[in-house]
Design a protein around this ligand. Structure first.
Ligand code: ZN
Ligand code: ZN
Length: 362
C-alpha cells in the first residue's frame, strides 16, 4: 500500500475539491463494498485501498502533507499506510456486516451469454448481415434490480440508523464507510417489487444484427461486449459462434477452397468433352480431356470463396467414373464390338503386368 497514488485510487485529479473527493469515494466504496462481493478477495483489497485513500485525502492536514511528499520523488509516502489501526477498523466492518447481510437474487455482474448463429456455406461465402434472436436477463425497469418496490413503504436502516454510513474510530480520527445494508440510502424498502416479483430482473427476447465477413469460418466467434445478462452494476458479454452448416454437395478445404465430387460416365472418360459443374457462383463448363481417369482432379480457378484482398480461392473437382450397371440389348452388342476392337486401345498398365509375368516365367 506504501507509495500508492491516492488520487489515482479515487480516480480524481490532484486539484479536486473536498466535495468531488467525497463523491468519488462514496461511489467507489459502494461499488466495491464487501457486501456486494461476498468472498471476493480482489474487491475486498480494493475496498480497503479506497477507504485508506479517502482518509488520507479527506483530512485537510494529511492531504497537505501528502501533497508536499508527492513533490519529492522517490520518498516513501507516509499518508494512509496500512498500519495496525486499519486492521482493527476493517475487522470491525467485516464483523458488523456479518449479521446484517441482505440476500439478493440479482447478481452484481450479469452473466455472459453464448449464442450460435447458423448460416449456409453460401452465406459464409458472400458474408453479410444476419439477425440473431436470443434471450437475456435485463434489470427490472421498476426496481432496477433492487427487488423491492420503490413506491412501497420503507423503514429506517437498522445498521446505520438512517445515516447511510457507518463510522469507525481510528486513533484520533473517525472514518465513515458507506453502509452496506442499505447501500448508503439510510432506508430499507421491504415490499417486494410487483413488476418482477422480487426477482430484480426480467427475461426478454432480443435480437442483434451480426455482421458476418466474407469467407467466414465455421467456429469463428464474434464478441458483443455488454450485450449479455444485466446485473446491478455491470452487464455480461454476448459471444456469438458462427456455425456454417454442412453443404449438400460442396465441401470446404481450408478457408477459401471448395471441393466437389462430380460423376462422369465411361464414354465421357474415354472421349473427353465438356461437362457442366455446379459452383458457389453458378454453373460453369469444364472441359475434360480424352482418357480422363477415375479420381482425376481439375482446378477451377477463382471459383472458391473470395478473399478480402487478392484472388478468390479455387474449386477442386474430383471426377468419379460411373460404371453402367444396367446395359440394354443393343448397347451390349455395341460393347461387344468395342471389345473385339480393344486391341486398338492402349493399356499401358496391362502391358506392364504381362511383361512382368513373362519375365517371371522365363
Ligand atoms: Zn422489479
Ligand atoms: Zn444503512
Amino acid at each position: 500500500m506504501n507509495g500508492r497514488d491516492w488520487y489515482a485510487v479515487l480516480g480524481v485529479p490532484p486539484g479536486a475539491d473536498a466535495e468531488k473527493i467525497k463523491k468519488a469515494y462514496r461511489r467507489l466504496a459502494l461499488e466495491c463494498h464487501p457486501d456486494r462481493h461476498p468472498g471476493d478477495k480482489d474487491a475486498e483489497a480494493r475496498f480497503k485501498e479506497i477507504v485508506i485513500a479517502y482518509e488520507a485525502l479527506s483530512d485537510p492536514e494529511k492531504r497537505a502533507e501528502y501533497g508536499r511528499m508527492r513533490k519529492v520523488p522517490d520518498t516513501p509516502k507516509p499518508a494512509g499506510q496500512f498500519d495496525e489501526g486499519w486492521e482493527e477498523v476493517f475487522s470491525q466492518i467485516f464483523r458488523t456486516r456479518a449479521g446484517e447481510k441482505i440476500h439478493r437474487n440479482t447478481p452484481e455482474k450479469g452473466r455472459g451469454i453464448d449464442a450460435r448463429l447458423d448460416i449456409t456455406l453460401e452465406d459464409a461465402a458472400t458474408g453479410g448481415n444476419h439477425i440473431l434472436p436470443y434471450h437475456r436477463q435485463v434489470l427490472c425497469s421498476r426496481c432496477r434490480g433492487t427487488e423491492t418496490d420503490p413506491e412501497g413503504e420503507s423503514a429506517e436502516c437498522r445498521l446505520c440508523g438512517g445515516a447511510g454510513e457507518v463510522r469507525f474510530r481510528r486513533g484520533s480520527s473517525e472514518v465513515a464507510i458507506p453502509c452496506g445494508a442499505c447501500m448508503g440510502e439510510g432506508r430499507i424498502r421491504r415490499e417486494q417489487c410487483p413488476e418482477c416479483r422480487g426477482e430484480g430482473r426480467i427475461r426478454t427476447e432480443e435480437s442483434r444484427q451480426v455482421k458476418v465477413h466474407a469467407a467466414a469460418n465455421d467456429g469463428e466467434r464474434i464478441l458483443f461486449a455488454r450485450y449479455g445478462d444485466e446485473g446491478v452494476s455491470d452487464t455480461g458479454d454476448l459471444r456469438v459462434t458462427i456455425h456454417v452448416r454442412p453443404h449438400k454437395i460442396f465441401e470446404r478445404s481450408g478457408r477459401y477452397d471448395i471441393l466437389l465430387s462430380q460423376p462422369i460416365n465411361v464414354l465421357q472418360a474415354v472421349m473427353g468433352g465438356q461437362i457442366i459443374v455446379p459452383t458457389l457462383h453458378g454453373q460453369v463448363k469444364l472441359r475434360i480431356p480424352a482418357g480422363t481417369r477415375d479420381e482425376q482432379v481439375f482446378r477451377l480457378r477463382g471459383k472458391g470463396l473470395s478473399r478480402p484482398a487478392g484472388e478468390a480461392g479455387d474449386q477442386l473437382v474430383t471426377v468419379t467414373l460411373e460404371t453402367p450397371t444396367r446395359v440394354g440389348k443393343k448397347l451390349r452388342w455395341l460393347l461387344g464390338e468395342v471389345g473385339r476392337l480393344s486391341g486398338a486401345f492402349s493399356h499401358p498398365l496391362k502391358k506392364r503386368l504381362l511383361d512382368k509375368v513373362k519375365s517371371f516365367l522365363r
